[in-house]
Design a protein around this ligand. Sequence first.
Ligand SMILES: *[C@@H]1O[C@H](CO)[C@@H](O)[C@H](O)[C@H]1NC(C)=O
Ligand SMILES: *[C@@H]1O[C@H](CO)[C@@H](O)[C@H](O)[C@H]1NC(C)=O
Ligand SMILES: *[C@@H]1O[C@H](CO)[C@@H](O)[C@H](O)[C@H]1NC(C)=O
Ligand SMILES: *[C@@H]1O[C@H](CO)[C@@H](O)[C@H](O)[C@H]1NC(C)=O
Length: 381
Amino acid sequence: MKINILVIVAFSLLVVVRSLSSMKQTLYYESIFNFGDSLSDTGNFLVSGDVYSPTIGRPPYGETFFNRSTGRFSDGRLIIDFIAEANGLPYVPPYLQSVVTKSSMDFKKGANFAVAGATANEFNFFKERGLSVTLLTNKTLDIQLDWFKKLKLSLCKTKPECEQYFKKSLFFVGEIGGNDYNYPLLAFRSFKHAIDFVPFVVNKIINVTSALIEEGAVTLVIPGNLPIGCSAVLLERFSDDKGWLYDPRNQCYKPLNYIAKLHNDKLNKELVTLRQKYPQARIIYADYYGSAMQFFNSPAKYGFTGSVLKACCGGEDGRYNAKPSVRCGGKGSTTCENPSTYANWDGIHLTEAANRHIATGLISGRFTKPSLNNNSLIYKF
Ligand SMILES: *[C@@H]1O[C@H](CO)[C@@H](O)[C@H](O)[C@H]1NC(C)=O
Ligand SMILES: *[C@@H]1O[C@H](CO)[C@@H](O)[C@H](O)[C@H]1NC(C)=O
Ligand SMILES: *[C@@H]1O[C@H](CO)[C@@H](O)[C@H](O)[C@H]1NC(C)=O
Ligand SMILES: *[C@@H]1O[C@H](CO)[C@@H](O)[C@H](O)[C@H]1NC(C)=O
């Protein structure tokens, strides 16, 4: 009898422990501030009105998780949404929503400044280099930094109060800079053009990261670029009959991935210097490239049994289902039946399944250097 009760008690304890762990809170930050582009925009671009009635404002965007389009460039959650969940925090609210609707919003638990299409560099940077591209948005990294400085005034008042508050905040600076390369690449410029941009893009990221530390940020995650040579839109754009330019492991386009690697190497080098300059800060590199490469190299192993290079939502099929004539959500577009078996959502952006994979890699610490998941750290407070 006694033994039976013990067994029952032990079993119930196990159930309690298991249900607690399924809540999956593994990080303990109390607020998140995010800067970047469409990879982490949770609604800023949509409310900004820069483009009237963009396709992201309608289904199938959001169909997998939110059941409506939220302005996220995916079928569901983004990497930053999974990061918020892991901290037990609400999804990071888009800052522009309060500006555009002139309504007061509570940003105590964080704010998202990322805007789809944003570049690290200013409009004039591209213009001076003869790139008369029309940027999707002018809400660059510097503008996003200015928004943060403005919002900060309402978050904390005195220096000690701000210190106490930001000690428990997680800052995500990026991914940003991908568009600085996308604009010249999609405008049919040479690779050299994009390669020449690398130091300028990295310098801008470092500059804004420094500014945030000087504003009080303590823990900062700086993601690198994704393997853009595996992006359906760019693969379609650069369709090449030179087979040797494709990586035999994954069929990604090597010259494009070379640009991403160059960017990431340079960023990592500059982060080393930054850590020396600001020893009080925790400056964490997030290896989006390495984490994504796992599923590009072994799609089936990670559940991408539909397709890993082909867009789920888009049109005119072919190898990548990403012809420029059809946009996901636009006229003639089709959506795959099971987005969770695809990595690429709409040609450029990732599916929720792919975002979840990358986020898990960051939260576990496997793709963050130093580890984001380090319980011996100050963020336990
Ligand atoms: C979306 O709809 C499904 C099915 O009705 C439901 O289980 C899920 O909770 C909804 N998601 C949200 C975020 O409301
Ligand atoms: C960005 O700024 C440039 C120069 O001021 C302007 O010509 C362009 O229309 C702006 N683009 C957007 C989307 O606001
Ligand atoms: C960022 O760059 C600007 C312009 O070059 C410079 O004035 C500023 O001091 C830099 N900020 C930091 C924190 O390095
Ligand atoms: C956790 O952080 C402490 C203090 O900074 C450091 O000494 C330790 O090496 C870190 N552990 C891991 C696994 O990164």
